[in-house]
Design a protein around this ligand. Sequence first.
Ligand SMILES: [Zn+2]
Length: 231
Amino acid sequence: MVKEELDKEQFYKESFDKEKFNKEKIGKEQLYGVIQDEIIKKLGVVPVGVSNRHVHLSQSDFEVLFGKGKSLTFMKALKQPGQYASQETVVLKGPKGELRNVRILGPFRRETQVELSIADSFVLGIKIEVRESGKIEGSAGVSIIGPCGETTIDKGVIAAFRHIHMPQAYADQQNYVDGQIVHVASEGIRSMLFKNVMVRVSDQYELELHLDVEEANAAGIKNGDYLKIIR
Ligand SMILES: [Zn+2]
């Protein structure tokens, strides 16, 4: 073989050296991650997570619905660290109607909370308010039905106040504080300015804007789109 061909052979051998290939691949992915984070910061944009109706349950409410000693079954990780969609679903029942296959998000919470769109509340025939997560005093109630039982909560049903989950390091660098109110702008044929978006800061968070399905649809926004933060 002439030298050129030997070189070529050596080149292909190295190219298909799996270990080396994987190492380089991981390196690249990490690099892309860093570049992406830098671009996101530079542009002042935030990726959107669209929330469909869901339920956070206390362990005791879960056991009433699914049986004593039973626990949640992991199905899919959410973007916020430690949060996941479970395989289990419940039925919500109000004076006017029901919503079936409502996903439970894990892990368990201290208090049960149901997050719906306003349209969902019309289906159930209950009156809900826009609330920050956890601020459920005086909010609406609903009946929750599982395979093993049923419970009626007298508060905890809300439409979530739109918010941005923001990592502490990002907030420090960009001068945001927990509880700050910003606006968020979308592009496209249904372009909209979302006023009153609350910034929630924690070192446990990934950067993500949470809108409910109706808010997202009103502005033609899909999961994973990027919106610009305005302050
Ligand atoms: Zn959220």
